[in-house]
Design a protein around this ligand. Structure first.
Ligand code: ATP
Length: 774
């Protein structure tokens, strides 16, 4: 954490100067990164500088390298693009340009740079650092600088933040900006979907990505596209036949619309370009489809960052400053990466090399190698896309004896991604020869059905039906909070009666509880001795065994939109602070992460509770802030309060206290977004993860096809939760989680990983990057 990392700078010692720069193509989230670097630098006792217009500013120097104060980055989290500018700079590619840049850094007394950009920018940064000693020598030798002048700057620290919309950098799962861009693409495809359906048309959509198919692939997974073209895994020269076969089949099965997504850099195995217009011609001429081409272009770069990018850029910016301050002269330059849910440092050189290797492998037509060099996640998504898209997979079919009837059930409140997970499960079942059976309306639905009042609530689902669920919010098969313990005998009997061989449970803490109850009831009811997986789906993100639940990202995005709107209103009406009540049950996850993503003044969580002293000190903070706000630089202020943070200090009560105590200097209102937080259309992140986890869950279930009831009872892996834990996706046995990791009273995990983020960033008050800081 920040608290432990190094002592504050010595009194009288020269303060370190850390510069931040954005370079290459702009990406949503770059402003969040700059904000975090600026504030964390200041919070850690350093001086903060911004280099304007990318390497151009570095080469030009002068006013292009400017000191940044705390307030200068206020409200930047919600702004798209990069406010400190970016450029492509030819001069920096040559040594004389880099010599000028070195001189400018010496003149400004800067000894560390955090660069947010794509692989080009980071390659440049790496070259610069390698040349640094030589550049300094040259400055001295040519008399531009005196030796004493350069001596304090012998070690230049460079830290890379990967900011790029196309997610083309190796060593990190996600670049800052890629999920925002994906969000933009999916919105567009969702719009196009509606018109395509209406007219039974086909659309060919071109998305960015010259060497990297991540955007195209993920857009394909999350929108349920019919076909995608990505550079890493190209089709053969007979791609026309392949595509017509798949799409023709989909149309035969009754699909009214066709979506094909083409990455900018798409080609066949012989590297012949596959252009959207060529794809269109094939669809029009051979399949006689009324086909249109849509090129999304720069829309993909635009707009405010999504929740994930705000969080990622903030946490990574904080980590980057930390990396600067802990670096020794021998530390290789790092980039800040994220693997699943873990932020860490990776050697910049290696990341750049691996990235280049992918491009080289593609150019050498070694596509297995190219795919091999992409991360695990990428490969899994690619497999999941192939499995869940196509209606027919002769190669994947299992022999008859391995076929299972797999029950799918939703438990608890609706959450974004539930339908996408179900669609993926259905498609997977059909590809393998299993029978997907929907158990409608949760456990009460299942039991009611048995009462001889058949409501059609236990039903086999066909491909076409589930096919349209990729982007739908809510729960198409119905969800219910009821637990099996309400009627365990009937639950067990129904599972037997409908010959359910395995159970895929999607839902939140109730789903988790349901699995725990059924696992414990196994000795009494043999029909419960079937393999079961819970895929956590709840906006509260409070399921033990995972750090991420489907729906939590959708919720954060809905909440952030809501907060941004209120913040704007608060800033326009001046001197107003909104106290916003978030959902989340007894866990402060969404309040905390939303607070981090919108720059809240304070966040109140159930974990910490609320005391009068906290309210008092936050009012003090507001007072100082409003006093400083006199000029141009004012911004609306928000406080986020989780619904269960305190019985006494309700949201309205806190707003009233603030208004009274402000004594006319400012005022306060409260707002409750309520069920808006469930979100409308699920976010792309929730959709893609639904597909990936759905497929993985089913793969796990089918391994039990010939396991006896007794063996299942004895095998802890037969009742599991699938989830992300730090850097991995894994199955955790319920037997252990229910006993060791669950706080049953508060319905949350005993250890909540994000508490560390709150402490680490000290986001509110004190030494962090939040509005309450310094
Ligand atoms: P994006 O992923 O959006 O394309 P990028 O960072 O890869 O971003 P580039 O245009 O490749 O974008 O690089 C941005 C700038 O970085 C270049 O204009 C140049 O100034 C610098 N740069 C790139 N490659 C090098 C290099 N090999 N040596 C020195 N500088 C470089």
């Amino acid at each position: 954490g920040l608290e432990q990392n190094g002592p504050p700078p010595l009194e009288g010692a020269k303060k370190r100067r850390i510069a931040v720069m954005t370079s290459g193509g702009d990406a949503p989230g770059m402003n969040g990164a700059v904000r975090a670097v600026v504030r964390m630098s200041i919070a850690r006792g350093c001086e903060s500088y911004a280099i304007l217009e990318g390497y151009d500013g570095l080469v030009q120097g002068g006013d292009m390298i400017r000191e940044m104060k705390w307030e200068d980055v206020r409200d930047w989290l919600s702004k798209g693009g990069t406010l400190i500018g970016t450029a492509r700079c030819a001069e920096f590619r040559e040594r004389p340009g880099r010599l000028k840049a070195a001189h400018n850094l010496i003149l400004k007394g800067i000894d560390a740079i955090v660069i947010c950009g794509g692989d080009g920018s980071l390659t440049g940064a790496d070259t610069f650092r390698k040349e640094w000693p030589g550049l300094l020598d040259e400055l001295v030798k040519t008399g531009v600088c005196k030796n004493e002048q350069v001596e304090p700057y012998r070690h230049l620290n460079i830290v890379g933040l990967v900011g790029s919309i196309d997610n083309d950098m190796s060593s990190t799962d996600a670049t800052i900006g890629c999920y925002s861009s994906l969000t933009r693409i999916c919105q567009a495809v969702d719009f196009i979907d509606a018109t395509a359906f209406s007219h039974q048309r086909a659309f060919v959509i071109e998305v960015m990505g010259r060497h990297c198919g991540w955007l195209a692939l993920m857009a394909g997974v999350s929108t349920g596209a019919d076909f995608i073209y990505i550079p890493e895994s190209p089709p053969g020269t007979d791609w026309q036949d392949q595509m017509c076969k798949v799409i023709g089949k989909h149309r035969e099965m009754g699909k009214r619309k066709t979506i094909v997504i083409v990455a900018e850099g798409a080609h066949d195995t012989e590297l012949n370009k596959i252009s959207p217009s060529a794809v269109k011609d094939v669809l029009s001429i051979r399949l006689k489809l009324d086909t249109r081409v849509t090129t999304l272009g720069h829309v993909q770069r635009g707009g405010a960052a999504c929740a994930y990018d705000r969080m990622l850029s903030t946490l990574q910016g904080v980590e980057a400053v930390d990396a600067v301050l802990t670096a020794t002269p021998d530390t290789p330059s790092p980039i800040i990466s994220i693997v699943e849910n873990k932020i860490s440092r990776k050697p910049l050189l290696e990341a750049v090399r691996l990235t280049q290797e992918v491009t080289d492998a593609i150019e050498a037509k070694d596509f297995d190698k190219a795919m091999g060099l992409r991360d695990n996640e990428f490969r899994e998504y690619h497999k999941a896309f192939l499995i869940t898209t196509s209606a027919e997979h002769p190669d994947l079919k299992l022999p008859k004896e391995k076929h299972m009837r797999i029950g799918i059930i939703h438990v608890g409140a609706p959450a974004g991604g539930m339908n996408a997970a179900t669609r993926a499960a259905v498609a997977y079942c059909l590809a393998r020869g299993h029978t997907p059976v929907a158990l409608h309306n949760g456990f009460p639905g299942l039991c009611r059905h048995h009462d001889d009042k058949p409501l059609g609530s236990v039903r086999e689902i066909n491909w076409l039906e589930a096919e349209s669920w990729a982007s739908l919010g809510g729960s198409e098969i119905g969800t219910n909070r009821g637990l099996p313990s309400e009627d365990m005998p009937t639950t067990a009997m129904c599972l037997e009666k409908y010959k359910i061989d395995a159970l895929f449970i999607v839902g939140g803490f109730e789903a988790f509880t349901a699995l725990s109850e059924m696992r414990q009831a196994r000795p009494k009811y043999p029909s419960l001795c079937i393999p079961m997986v819970v895929l956590p789906a709840t906006i509260s993100n409070n399921v033990p065994g995972t750090e991420y639940s489907l729906g939590s990202d959708t919720c954060l995005n809905a909440l952030i939109d809501y907060c941004d709107t209120l913040k704007q209103s608060a800033s326009a009406s001046r001197r107003r602070v909104f106290v916003i009540e978030t959902q989340g049950g007894a866990t402060g996850y969404i309040a905390t992460i939303a607070g981090l993503s919108v720059g809240a003044v304070a966040v109140y969580t159930p974990e910490e509770g609320i005391t009068l002293k906290m309210i008092q000190s936050d009012i003090e903070l507001l007072r100082t802030q409003f006093a400083k706000d006199a000029g141009q630089n004012r911004a609306g202020k928000l406080i986020l309060r989780n619904e269960k943070a305190s019985k006494t200090y309700t949201t309205e009560c806190i707003a009233d206290i603030i208004s009274t105590e402000a004594k006319g200097r400012f005022e306060s209102r409260f707002a409750v977004p309520g069920h808006v937080q469930q979100g409308g259309i699920p976010s792309p992140m929730d959709r893609v993860r639904a597909v990936r986890f759905g497929v993985k869950s089913l793969q796990h279930l089918e391994t039990f096809w010939d396991t006896s009831k007794q063996q299942i009872r004895d095998d802890p892996m037969s009742a599991v939760v699938i989830g992300i834990r730090r850097a991995q996706v894994e199955f955790s046995p319920m037997e252990r989680i229910e006993r060791e990791e669950t706080d049953w009273t508060n319905r949350r995990p005993k250890d909540e990983f994000w508490l560390a983020w709150k402490d680490t960033g000290e986001v509110w008050g004190g030494g962090g990057v939040g509005e309450g800081g310094v």
